[in-house]
Design a binder for this molecule. Structure first.
Ligand code: FES
Ligand code: MG
Length: 569
């Protein structure tokens, strides 16, 4: 046992490690029993994860029951709705701090409690780099909210209703009235946003007990599953099954199939790439398009559809979705149980509500998945989620309206004199990992008010930032390289023609090469770009990679393992 090298010594060092840990623990706690850390992202300032201490209590019972020693380990948490300038800026810091905590402590195995958007990615990145036996408990979505008799999707309806206010079809007062209806329980966003997506990604990668992801946060079965996961963590240590054995190219294949079938968040792309980078798995942006493109869309969930996560669970949960695409999954990928993921997709796994989960025979769309675009505007790629876009805009040519920052966009977008029409292509730059910094979720720029009044509800939008997983629209995201890293997005001028052709996976700036060369010799100043001088932002901007490789720091890719050679005293 790894922890034996702390507690198993007779020397002064063993004394020090044991003595401070006693506080009620019996002698038997130090005699080779698996020490299971519960990496707990509970925080009152990460409200989606505020119930995790209750889950941790159930995990503890399970760990004890199986003969292990459970240890609550509060780790850095990130509340997506609160943290500025964007929680994404801190994902790598959270992952780095978790990794070092896991490595530095006498831990044999890990239970990872995550929920709100960046928490499961950070936990998985950290666990992958340390490569200690680990299992995830997704903290679960909120219960359905309703407003005036119709379901209200967390996140998605904020975008929808705020556009209605700007269009003049909903009063500001009614908009504010809806606020307290949206969130009525503990748990993370109940749409198929990033948190729901990453919970299902954890399961599809094999990192949860199968069938757990999507259990609503207040559902008693989540406590039962937490207990079982605690038990399982002890067995995982005994089997010495590590993330590097579970998370393989085959399991990424399964995650990408799942991502398409559930119509999951575009943010999963950067998170999965970052996790792969930690394990040295050769996953690239094109894999998302190649593996996902023939996968049907099977869930009717907001933001693209109607229902919410509680409905998905009631209808059979993620396993019922995966059961429908079983033939597309890689049967060799195992889960933390040691059994293949596909072995859990038996005939007993059924769809209980076909309005929420469609059968393979009658999918909502034949080809879901995330499309990876390339062209002179995105030499290293950009992505779009066709399922959340307006079909008529997927092939489109229009004139650019360029914004150099979110603030610039907010200041000018509703100006009646802004030269914009229903064919325009809105371009927002300076929002990539380095430029902002942190690659915020701002790519779904609002529709200009004068167009909203004409009934326009979608425009082609292009950005080097990200989009909330709860948002929708014909939005080209993650343009790489970003403007701040010398990407051609910096060369676009108002009025340039841009051509989007999703079926042909192309994104072109229709300006001739000579003119682009001339512009690159004298680039326009983008005044909004970040130039931090100290602290994490400085480290981040100096070392962060681009969207096509997962936005990790260059010195954090790969792993260092769990070994620590030297004593502390
Ligand atoms: Fe936490 Fe959406 S704000 S999951
Ligand atoms: Mg988000």
């Amino acid at each position: 046992m790894r922890s034996d090298s702390w507690y198993g010594q007779g020397s002064r060092d063993g004394y020090i490690h044991r003595a401070w840990m006693r506080r009620g623990l019996p002698d038997s706690a130090f005699t080779g029993r698996p020490q299971i850390a519960i990496a707990n992202t509970a925080s009152d300032l990460a409200p989606c994860n505020s119930h995790f201490d209750q889950l941790a209590a159930s995990v503890k019972n399970g760990v004890y029951e199986a003969g292990g020693i459970p240890l609550n380990l509060p780790v850095m948490s990130l509340g997506e709705s609160l943290v500025r300038p964007t929680a994404m800026l801190w994902r790598n810091l959270a992952a780095m701090s978790m990794e070092e905590l896991f490595r530095a402590n006498p831990i044999d195995g890990l239970v990872l409690l995550g929920g709100c958007d960046k928490t499961i990615p950070a936990l998985l990145m950290a666990a992958a780099s340390v490569d200690l036996p680990a299992v995830v408990i997704p903290g679960g979505p909120m219960l359905n909210g309703t407003f005036r008799g119709r379901p209200m999707g967390c996140g998605t309806d904020v975008w929808k209703l705020s556009e209605e206010v700007r269009a003049g079809t909903l009063s500001e007062q009614d908009f504010l009235r809806s606020e307290s209806s949206m969130i009525r329980s503990r748990g993370h966003c109940n749409t198929m946003g990033t948190a729901s997506t990453m919970a299902i990604m954890a399961e599809a990668l094999g990192m949860t007990l199968p069938g757990l992801a999507g259990t609503p946060a207040p559902d008693s079965r989540l406590l039962e599953s937490s207990h079982q996961t605690g038990r399982w963590a002890v067995q995982l240590v005994q089997a010495d099954r590590r993330p590097s054995q579970v998370i393989t190219k085959a399991s990424f294949h399964n995650a990408i199939v799942a991502l398409a079938a559930i119509g999951g968040s575009t943010n999963a792309v950067v998170h999965l790439l970052a996790i792969a980078g930690r394990l040295g798995v050769d996953l690239d942006l094109q894999d998302f398009d190649r593996i996902g493109k023939d996968v049907p869309l099977l869930t009717n969930l907001q933001p693209a559809g109607e229902y919410l996560m509680e409905d998905l669970f009631r209808a059979g949960g993620p396993l019922a979705v995966l059961r429908q695409v079983r033939d597309l999954l890689d049967p060799s990928a195992i889960t933390v149980t040691g059994e293949p993921l596909v072995s859990y997709l038996t005939d007993e796994v059924q769809i209980w509500d076909k309005r929420v989960i469609s059968s393979r025979e009658q999918p909502l769309q034949g080809h879901a998945g995330i499309a990876v675009l390339q062209g002179n505007l995105a030499p290293d790629g950009a992505i779009i989620k066709p399922a959340a876009a307006t079909p008529g805009l997927l092939v489109h040519r229009g004139r650019a309206v360029v914004f150099d920052s979110v603030e610039d966009c907010r200041a000018r977008l509703d100006d009646p004199d802004l030269e914009v029409d229903a064919d325009s292509v809105l371009v927002l730059r300076g929002c990539g990992p380095k430029g902002y910094p942190g690659m915020p979720e701002v790519a779904n720029m609002p529709i200009p008010q004068k167009l909203l009044r004409q009934g326009v509800r979608d425009l082609v939008r292009i950005c080097d930032g990200r989009m909330s997983g709860t948002a929708y629209g014909t939005v080209v995201l993650h343009v790489a390289p970003e403007a701040a890293a010398g990407g051609p997005l910096a060369l676009v001028r108002d009025g340039d023609l841009i051509e989007l052709d999703v079926p042909n996976r192309s994104l072109q700036l229709l300006v001739d090469a000579d003119e682009l060369r001339r512009r690159s010799a004298e680039p326009e100043m983008i005044n909004s770009l970040a130039h931090p001088l100290r602290g994490w932002e400085k480290l981040y901007v100096d070392h962060v990679g681009q969207a096509d490789t997962g936005v990790d720091l260059d010195f954090l890719t790969g792993g260092s393992g769990a070994e620590v050679g030297r004593e502390s005293h």
